[in-house]
Design a protein around this ligand. Structure first.
Ligand code: ZN
Length: 276
C-alpha cells in the first residue's frame, strides 16, 4: 500500500551518547535519570521501564525536550525489533513514538531549540516514517485481526508520524475513539458559535457540516498533500470504519449558522488549538 523510496530507507542518523552533557539539561515530566535508565532499559529490553520513559516524555500530551535525544535511541531500537520480526513490540514502539511526535507542535514548545541535536532528531523522525510504512505493508493482513483499540492506537500514531501532527493533536479524542458524537464545533475569531456535541445524524444539523466523500482505493500510496485521502486510506487499511466516518466529518465543510463563515471542521479545530 505505501510506496517507499530508496532515500527514505537509507536515512542515517546518530544517537546522542549517554555521556553527553545534554542528558543533564533536557526536561522530562518527573526529571528521570535518563542517561542511566534509558541504556539499561534498551539493553535489557525492559518494556515496562521503556513504557515509563515514554510516559515521562508525553505526560498529559505535553512536549518535553528529552524527546529530542530519546527518540533517536527508540527509533534505533525499533529498527532492531523489526529486523527480528517482533511485530508486537514494533507496534508498541510505533505507537509511543507517534505520540511523541504528535506532542512536538509549535503550540507545545516552551522555547525553540537550535542545536545539532535537532538534525539527528529530524532524520530519526524521517527514518521512523519509512519504518512505519514498512511495518504497515508487511503486517497488513495480521493488523486487521487485532483488537480495535490496538488498531486505533496504530492509526493515530501513523497519522502523526507521516506528517499530520497538529491535526492529530487537535482531534485526538475523536480519531482515537472513532466516536463521531464527540465532535464539537467551534467557529472562533469574533464569532461565539460553539456546539459541544454535534450530531451529524440529526436532520437539522445536516446543513452545518457537509461531510467529505471518501472513495476507497483512490490513494496512490505516495502523495501526502491531501490529508483526507491518505489518512482515510490508512483507516481503511486498518479496517477502522468508525474512524473513516470521523474523517469524513473532520474534513467536511462547516458553515457557521451564526456568521456564515465556511471552512473545513479540522481547520476550525486547529485554529481553536492555536489561538485558544
Ligand atoms: Zn461563526
Amino acid at each position: 500500500m505505501f510506496q517507499l523510496n530508496e532515500s527514505e530507507m537509507n536515512i542515517t542518523f546518530q544517537t546522542e551518547p549517554f555521556t553527553s552533557p545534554f542528558w543533564d539539561v533536557v526536561q522530562t515530566a518527573s526529571q528521570m535519570e535518563l542517561k542511566t535508565k534509558l541504556p539499561e532499559a534498551i539493553q535489557n529490553r525492559d518494556w515496562n521501564e521503556l513504557d515509563i520513559i515514554f510516559q515521562n516524555i508525553t505526560h498529559q500530551m505535553s512536549f518535553y525536550s528529552a524527546t529530542y535525544v530519546v527518540l533517536p535511541h527508540m527509533v534505533r531500537l525499533l529498527e532492531q525489533v523489526m529486523s527480528e520480526g517482533d511485530a508486537a513490540h514494533a507496534h508498541t514502539l510505533i505507537f509511543n513514538l507517534g505520540i511523541c511526535l504528535m506532542t512536538d507542535i509549535p503550540e507545545n514548545r516552551s522555547e525553540e531549540t537550535d542545536s545539532p541535536i535537532l538534525d539527528d532528531y529530524n532524520a530519526a523522525a524521517q527514518k521512523l516514517a519509512g519504518l512505519t510504512k514498512q511495518y504497515l505493508n508487511t503486517y497488513e493482513a495480521q493488523l486487521r485481526e487485532l483488537d480495535e483499540d490496538l488498531r486505533s492506537m496504530l492509526f493515530v500514531a501513523t497519522l502523526a508520524i507521516l506528517g499530520e501532527r497538529e491535526t492529530t493533536y487537535a482531534a485526538f479524542d475523536q480519531l482515537a475513539s472513532g466516536a463521531i458524537d464527540e465532535l464539537s464545533l467551534v467557529c472562533g475569531g469574533d464569532c461565539e458559535y460553539y456546539e459541544e456535541c454535534y450530531e451529524p445524524q440529526e436532520e437539522q444539523d445536516a446543513e452545518i457540516v457537509l461531510a467529505a466523500e471518501y472513495q476507497s482505493g483512490a490513494w496512490d500510496g505516495s502523495s501526502y498533500q491531501n490529508a483526507f485521502i491518505w489518512t482515510s486510506a490508512v483507516a481503511d487499511l486498518l479496517g477502522l470504519e468508525n474512524q473513516l466516518e470521523v474523517l469524513r466529518y473532520l474534513y467536511g465543510t462547516f458553515t457557521c449558522p451564526e456568521c456564515g463563515k465556511t471552512q473545513r471542521v479540522i481547520d476550525f479545530m486547529v485554529t481553536y488549538l492555536t489561538e485558544g
